[in-house]
Write a protein that binds this ligand. Structure first.
Ligand code: PBG
Length: 336
């Protein structure tokens, strides 16, 4: 008998196994754990300062001192990793993005402060030029073109500065060609042999990033779209090629982004490569759940937990989610 052909009714009555919480728990195929959660946080300048992000209700930017406190709270909740996104002063944005590899930039200061205070939480970074780019793109723009190789050289400098500051996981989100290999070679050369790379390998050109661009202050600078480097939403084979390439170039982990609209890609990546695979439940996905819940149209907690479970079912080892602290709190309380 094959898996897809259970015995006929009434020998098979699948509802027998759904009747009680105990039977449902015994036959549950997977679990969502706090180990699966990576929490993206937005960092701003100042001290004891928070700023709201209007398009992401419940999400705030925090100054470095408060980010350290938030990291300690996340760690206490069992969250394993925190991912830093800096809100950069517009005055520091240039066409060549030099602030990106300043060892004293906001992101690198936050890395050092968190490492010192909460050494056991893994610190992930964003490797892309958009927060520092007067043009708002993830790469350097010359004559209207996002130039690849010059951008990769800048991204390598940025990655090295983050690794030197103590980042555990570098997250190249830029989608330039050849950047994983270049970063891996530079890390080895610098003796930074333990720094891991989670490649945003299958990153789609998506409308769901809108609220994030507000959160990091990149919406105003960006002209045009990111279609010359991010993937076309209709392409799946291309995503697999991109993932395979990044693994071959030295990525330790791969990511699919956005999350929920691309669960098929998560499953195909996991099945094809069997490497640590993550999804990014992006800002627009978060905002949709929050907005519907805020209007009383869905149960926000249930929708949040169901959305996170979907990533496990699709084969993900973990998920980057703005819901991480709330989800961890519910998981610890024994969510069923
Ligand atoms: C940019 C970057 C983006 C996100 C993470 N890094 C936006 C983009 O590519 O425009 C999106 C995250 C989110 O929407 O939550 N390098």
């Amino acid at each position: 008998m094959s898996k897809s052909h259970p015995p006929a009714f009434p020998l098979s009555r699948p509802r027998r196994m759904r009747r009680t919480p105990a039977l449902r728990a015994l036959s549950r195929e997977d679990r969502l754990s706090t180990d699966d959660l990576i929490w993206p946080v937005f960092v701003c300048d100042g001290c004891a300062t928070t700023q709201e992000v209007p398009s992401m209700p419940g999400v705030i930017r925090r100054s470095v001192d408060l980010t350290v406190e938030a990291a300690a709270e996340a760690h206490a909740l069992g969250i394993r990793a925190i991912c830093l996104f800096p809100y950069t002063d517009p005055a520091l944005k240039t066409d060549l993005c030099e602030e990106a590899w300043n060892p004293e930039n906001l992101s690198n200061r936050a890395i050092r402060a968190i490492k010192a205070a909460v050494p056991d939480i893994a610190i992930m970074t964003d490797v892309a030029l958009d927060p520092y780019n007067a043009q708002g793109h993830d790469g350097i723009v010359r004559g209207g073109e996002i130039v690849n190789d010059e951008s990769v050289a800048a991204l390598v400098k940025m990655a090295l500065a983050q690794a030197e500051a103590g980042a555990d996981i570098l997250g190249p989100s830029d989608m330039m060609d050849g950047r994983i290999g270049a970063m891996r070679a530079a890390l080895e050369e610098a003796g930074l042999i333990h720094t891991t790379i989670m490649s945003y390998a299958a990153k789609y050109a998506s409308a769901f990033y809108g609220p994030f661009r507000d959160a990091v202050g990149a919406s105003g600078a960006l002209k045009g779209d990111k279609k010359t480097y991010q993937l076309d939403p209709l392409n799946a084979d291309e995503a697999l090629r991109a993932v395979g390439r990044d693994i071959a170039e030295g990525a330790d982990m791969v990511m699919v982004k956005p999350g929920m609209p691309y669960l098929d890609i998560c499953r195909r990546v996991k099945d094809a490569f069997a490497v640590p695979t993550y999804a990014y439940q992006v800002s627009g996905e978060y905002a949709m759940i929050r907005a519907a819940a805020g209007n009383g149209w869905i149960d926000g907690e249930k929708a949040m937990m169901e959305s996170l479970m979907a990533f496990r079912r699709a084969g993900c080892d973990g998920v980057l989610t703005y819901f991480a602290p709330e989800a961890a709190t519910l998981i610890r309380a024994g969510w069923d």
